[in-house]
Write a protein that binds this ligand. Sequence first.
Ligand code: B12
Ligand code: SF4
Ligand code: SF4
Length: 415
Amino acid sequence: MPDSNLPTTTTLSTKRLAELAEQIKQWGQELGFADVGISDCDLSQYEPHFFQWLENGNHGTMDYMQRHGTKRTRPKELEPQTVRIISVRLNYFDGSASHALQQLHQPQQAYISRYALGKDYHKVLRKRLQKLAQKIQTIVPNLQFRAFTDSAPVLEQAIAEKAGLGFIGKNSLIIHPRAGSWFFLGELFVNLPLPADKEQHSQGCGPCTACIDECPTQAILPNNQVDARRCISYLTIEYDGVIDESLRPLIGNRIYGCDDCQLVCPWNRFADFTDESDFTHRDPLDEVALLELFEWNETKFLKYFEGSPIRRIGYAKWTRNLAIAIGNLSRSQVDKLLIETALAAVSLKIGSLDDIVDQHLIWAQTELQNRLDNWQDSVQPTIDTIAVELKNPQQIKPFKVRKYHYPANRLAKQR
Ligand code: B12
Ligand code: SF4
Ligand code: SF4
């Protein structure tokens, strides 16, 4: 039986609600969140931009982005009892992993997005949010809540900006002025009228355009939104089909996701490394050769990636992505023997999966064979071979950009 003396969401005084908001932030930090903020449900200033993005087709084949009408921009339509949203961020950058740039700059190595080196964040965040809600229920037993992280039609970045967790950068990610952008977002929708935090008004990018200039596929639009159809993250994770040939060379050795627009962001000098053991990299994902991963069969893939976000893309897409990266070895300064070994490996896999994968394997085979047929010891990619149909081909440097900003507050493992 509920204790009738305990407060309910409607009987708490303004003063008590303010104290509870502070208490929630304290609990959030004890649970490991880097930050907790509170927002109201009015996302009207973001709504037109969201629908414009959809109308322009920037979501590509991600139908789930347009399936829910205004539920995404009007939280009360998703959960009618909601009056406030508790927004949290959880750091994921693993400082013990091998240096990101060392992988990105060695064409024979596989580059995997920093967020995917450890456990799938969905479960980790949702469990943590549930714990936070349970703590609130010790004070307010009739609290109604729902926990989300990238799991429902929720406009997470708009909510985080409103809750004061950071500003939406030109790369479209939430950036905290003292902690960069290497974190996940999550939310608790609650029926508790807590005082809302001050939203982050000023966009902190200033004149910087590093992410726009250095995005390998020029996916970042002048209005600070991303055309997912060009984004390597979308192409390697979300998109199931045949990747356009003009984009393949620009993908380089990125086989799952892409971090370039964060690696070049000056705010990420201030990023914190994660304290979460769940986000510690799995060996050898932080420094592994493309050809080693390419040897894995489906059984090994499924077993190794249990609990990892990478498992979701399935073995066929994984092989498709690897085929592109291996094909791109043909544009790199590598040993002839490596090209020969790569050619043998891709040739062997042709016909073993599906037609889509085969198209990429055959492409890789042709690229590698052409390189061998025209072998020169020092072949450098020309801008013509790597920048096709791009807005500003002169600026394209798919493997090396002008400047990276690695978290400077602690030393990453250097080998
Ligand atoms: C779809 C999606 C993608 C797509 C599309 C990305 C995109 N930028 O839209 C793809 C697959 C490409 C992708 C990639 C990545 N994603 Co993603 N993705 C999402 C998802 C599910 C929705 C994002 C969304 O709403 N896009 C719609 C567009 C319209 O939003 P937007 O560009 O931010 O535009 C808004 C603002 O710019 C604003 N706005 C624009 N102009 C103006 C003007 C004014 C005046 C105002 C007020 C507002 C305003 O209004 C718009 C609508 O809100 C969210 C989770 C979620 N449910 O929110 C994760 C999420 C954004 N992704 C995340 C991550 C980590 C990534 C990657 C880094 C993963 C990787 N390493 O590969 C990359 C980064 C690529 C990038 N630069 O965005 C994190 C970001 C955390 C953070 N710090 O912000 C999220 C929040 C997931 C999570 N729970 O942590 N992602
Ligand atoms: S994730 Fe990569 S491809 Fe996508 S916008 Fe950022 S830099 Fe460009
Ligand atoms: S790289 Fe520069 S422009 Fe892009 S998000 Fe960071 S500060 Fe903003």
